[in-house]
Design a protein around this ligand. Sequence first.
Ligand SMILES: [Zn+2]
Length: 1018
Amino acid sequence: MIQLYRFLKNIMVIVCVLNISTVKAQGDQILDGIGETGLIARYLFDGDAKDWSRNNLHANVKGEKVAFINDKFFGKVITLSSDNKGYITIPGSAVSNEESISVTGWINIQSAKSNQCFFDFGKNTKSHLSVFPTGTKNEAGYFAEIVSKTGNYKTEASVLEVNKWMMLSVVIDVPSKSLRTYFNGVLVSETKNIEVELDQLFSSSSSEQNKLYIGKSLSSNQSYLNAKLHDFRIYRIPLKESQIKTIYYKALKKDDPVVNENEKKDDDLEVFSNTTPQLYTKFLVDVSDVEVETTVGVLPKLPRFVKAVYKSGVELSKTRVIWPAPKDNVKVLKTGTYTVIGTIPGSDLKSKATVVVKEAKKVFSPNKNLEVFNLDQVSLNTDSNGDNTKFIENRDKFITTLAQTNPDNFLYMFRNAYGQKQPEGAEPLGVWDSQETKLRGHATGHYLTAVAQAYASTGYDTSLQANFLNKMEYMVNVLYELSQLSGKPKQAGSPFVSDPTAVPPGVGKLDYDSDLSIEGIRTDYWNWGEGFISAYPPDQFIMLEKGAIYGTQNTKIWAPYYTLHKILAGLLDIYEVNRNPKALEIAKGMGDWVHIRLSQLPTETLISMWNRYIAGEFGGMNEVMARLYRVTNESRYLEVAKSFDNIKMFYGDANHSHGLAKNVDTFRGLHANQHIPQIVGALEMYRDSNIPDYFYISDNFWYKTTNDYMYTIGGVAGARNPNNAECFIKEPATIYENGLSAGGQNETCATYNMLKLTKNLFLYDQRGELMDYYERGLYNDILASVAKDSPANTYHIPLRAGSIKHFGNPDMKGFTCCNGTALESSTKLQNTIYFKSRDQKSLYVNLYVPSTLNWTEKNVIIEQKTAFPKEDNTQLIIKGKGKFNIMLRVPHWATKGFYVSINGKEQKVDAKPGSYLTLNRKWKKGDIIDVHMPFQFHLESVMDQQNIASLFYGPILLAAQETESRKDWRKVTLDVNDISKNIKGDPSQLKFTIDGVEFKPFYETYGRYSVYLNVILK
Ligand SMILES: [Zn+2]
């Protein structure tokens, strides 16, 4: 055990510098550089014990005389003392299900007496983490201590000084096996080699067992705290020194001397020397140059993989090249030729691209020549062994729980906003839909979509289908009644405001506010303008126009249009599956409300709104408004859709100089899931407006995202820089340097939206790479994001070595964004297996999933029988007759052949991996197509650190099953000429071992895992 003491002359100096003027340490939980998803709870204690994070983990102050007093340094703070016997409790769920934990808080000790407890968190006195800033009777000096059944661990330091504010931070870093204490941002003590997992200290299954006290220990009622407290925070990540320093300096409103300079130092990511062989690049002999054409103004689409020659025996013909990624299009403003040099990580070889810039030709403007099948035309089957597939398992987890939900819970906050009585049994949802959460109503939107899809998908069970029909109609009826109240007199003759632009502040209020508390919420719906519907009053929409930023205070907002998008999309989804006229009426009414308000705003205001971090996040408002236009043919909805154009990202600037429309990467460093739905919306705009730029925007975005920002599971984003796991990395093609360095986090709802974009693009352009990505993201991310025995699902999926997935929302009572999109994903798993051409002449078989297609337009049923991916065959049985093409997807990984026979007779086919092949004939009843596509093992590298790679078998990512957390990448040595030589196992179970370590599909992985390996080829 290594004890590290650094006593603290320098700390004293810093403490002395903190002088007289009152610091309003409101700080900014986002700009502190950690990202919202890392924060569990934050208590300012400036008058109450509210949680200022978005998780609503409000604390309780115990002790009758506990007071909030004025402090010359921080303004109002809480004071606990031996007199008032005060302490604070935090909800036990705050620490459930976490991997690591960090606690920071400002404390000003008022007495040097021992036995004071700063905080004590745990199940009981045998399993807990406690901090004693002035020591105990038995032990002098500050200490933080973990007591657990696997051992007790302490960090020790000198006692805190009396009457001095100190920011005290304690970190349990499970992957690093370390317990650390920081005083004012400086590490003062670290204990390494701690053998502890947080589920020993905190219960995850029954969080009420967890006792979280501030100012009181679990062991004794005698202990107390005599101190002032301010800004107490709990994080779910092991904070690094630079992060703690940032919190510290931001609290003092001082410039942070460490940010940027020190970013790299405490990344703790393995750094490989330049001489470390990087997988196949070690055997690279030559790389070819390329020539690419483009037109004036448009950056060239440079191939990410180019032809390469390897030493004999290596069966590869391409290598990854990293090209410079300009932020504008100055290189291509006139015709001519120029060259670009691309690098290959781990090799001195370079590839040269000659770019020929030509005059713009005829505009490429593809037609939407494919259509999806309705959800009720495709059903999922058990596999050819009679077993449930992962698709069926996950679908049933969701459908079963969804069927048991009470729709009144999802209507609770809507009724609350309109001041209506709650029906018996109605209970508010938690998490982001609770009383005071400014995003409330978002889960309801997902719920509308989910029940619509569940209704359409459960033709196999009439009682289930009836259940979802009832839910759908009930939801729509209630929302319709509420929407009809807006902007109309409460009773005949009473005043009202029907004009959406004339909505006044709430009755008795001087200004608009986002107060949703039981006491503070406005319910004067007659003043809200006609057509308004939301789970909160119109204030947040109006405040956004007036410049409000994101935050939990009543002067701040969350993301009003984000929530609205979910609600409107849900209503249109219901309209689509059963033409419920009221669902359309509600959507139109609110569409009008939005149109009237936004159409009077200057463009600069719109740009400012949509570029405001999180506050301006609008989901796919452009998509849903364009879709409303498509359904109604009323042009004002297309107009309002256009007002959601993200001009900066789409076009570079107001003059449309460049941007994604001209293939310039304008989204690096931006919030991923804020922007992906905007791109989905751009494609819908293309569909409805025929303006080609909208197509290029979405197509260029897709190409860049999947090539330069993607992890091997198909997830995107997850950044160290700009220090927010929800953002795209700040420079393209730096997933190792900027993504995995911060944990390789990637948000599940971002993948949901990427799949939606991919599917829609494919309807225009049948490139094999689109469905290759779809398959990757579906099997290795979406299917992998659901818990084993419940519909609980992931938010971020971490991808560092020895990570573990955390699943939330098993009973559908409290939703984050990802819990919301999971409802949608798992109720439409069959929707991309087959597509048809609009002229009904071709059938596209995109995915090899046991299923039955009822192609009603052709009076043909096609059954797909397979145990894929537990076998590498599939069989299509035609029931019906007719002349049409069957387009079979030849996956990119099918490099060992793709064999097709019809009625037992082998066919001569042109099967190129990453494309589709065509079978054209007059099909007759009982025709059988057999397809064999041998799986093989292959490695996929991180583009900027190629020895870090994932192992695939066919389309399936195999994760190493880890027994404990780890810091370093798992090392695996494989034979360069045939990596399968070192891999044993059973393909029919997809279970393998390498050197005794078990590998399983990531979607079958529920414990610790390594998705990335450090692969050495010999
Ligand atoms: Zn999410």
